[in-house]
Design a protein around this ligand. Sequence first.
Ligand code: GLU
Length: 501
Amino acid sequence: MTVRTRVAPSPTGDPHVGTAFIALFNLAFARQHGGQFLLRIEDTDQARSTPESEQAIYDSLKWLGLEWDEGPDVGGEHGPYRQSERSEVYRQHVEMLLQSGHAFRCYRTPEELEALRAQKSEQGGFSALKFSDLELPDDEIRQRAEQGLPYVVRMHVPEEGVCVFDDMLRGPIEMEWAMIDCQILMKSDGMPTYHLANVVDDHLMAITHVIRGEEWLSSAPKHQLLYKYFGWDMPKLCHMPLLRNPDKSKLSKRKNPTSILYYKKMGFMPEALLNYLGRMGWSMPDEREQFSRNEMFENFDIQRVSLGGPIFDQEKLSWLNSQWLRGLSTEAFIERFIDWGLNKQSLEPAIAHIQPRIERFSDVVPLAGFLLSGMPEVAESDFEHKNIDAESMVKLLQMGLWQLEAIRHWEKSEIQGRLFALAKVMDIKPKDFLFGFFVSIAGTANSFSVLDSMEMIGPDMSRARVRHAINVLGGVSKKGMKKLEKEYRSVAESIEQSLNV
Ligand code: GLU
């Protein structure tokens, strides 16, 4: 048997360090067994998937030195590797399940589903919806079908009993079927859900080992059942621990930069980031901290993965990066440094802002050095403004940050549209509103366009700097945050409306 593993990211948002972490362990496992590793793009959520995000996945994984043998960009025998190009395959497989009686069309309306759920939670016990809850009389189904009402296809799951499945790191795991609902396999628009597409593709792409994040553990019973319904062997499952913030919560962009592009921009060496990811829940047999990708692969043993959630700690990563930097020859250092920030591509957009404002080359770094820095050195007093008190400053930065987090296409026009719309709702003049963002991003209000600057430094670096500014200003208390979130919800709604017209 040839070992075949895969990583299957969804191209929504920025490429996540968690994707690189999972890709690394899949690649290590495949290489250790002389097998193949492939990349599949899971873009069934058409509303949230973007080509930019897909491209960023390729670029960032390649930057880290994680290469795949098959994938949408390189092809392969088991393609297409982009789920949006496989609709017909899923449709056929849903049809097979309907024919064999393992799936059913469900005409329940959203209101009915809500009422059913409420009823179940009132009764206590599990809120999972089973066939006995969803079932409708035959003539009712006929009527709804004749009226052309929308339906979804759901899988049958046992009403009771216990499901047992194996995890390579955890051994046998038991889950009560009562907890598991009749999963939707195909949505009313004819698109498959993750569960159906994932199982069908893993089988057709001859995946032998599914190494993925712990958050998918609860999906395993449904997947196991689907393999059984289709009469296929199931790949071995291995659920990796979740990366965590230093406070042990799941690594999230609200607390920690999670985009690989942020780490690139921040000037980490790809070798160091990969090395650090290799140390998340895993260690070399001799416990050495610094090792290369190939050293890891040579010594790889998946059984050495420990399950306690590994902490993704910026300081430890920085320390490790410093070790890698010290290991470079002067020549390599110069080359890497130029390649990182002084290349034509990254300088070009900045020059239009710099050239008209300077008298000598020596003015460039004081004026535009912030484009290449990490967090600017700012103090609370830098944010003082004659028309905005300290409390409002934190509030507008936090609300602005949420608006920045909502941006799908990171372009000046969208950044501007959202921030100005927010300023309008908050009844603050755009110029006054942007002051706090100037200080957060450039460290001073005397800089060139902060909107252009944000576009240049990218989404994660921009958000990280605004987050940093909020912390410098003392942050938002837990209670304050609740209040702010509530206020923001209605604000955000009116902004979405104003942007859509
Ligand atoms: N598309 C899923 C994700 O975004 C893949 C999960 C899996 O590996 O099964 O992580």
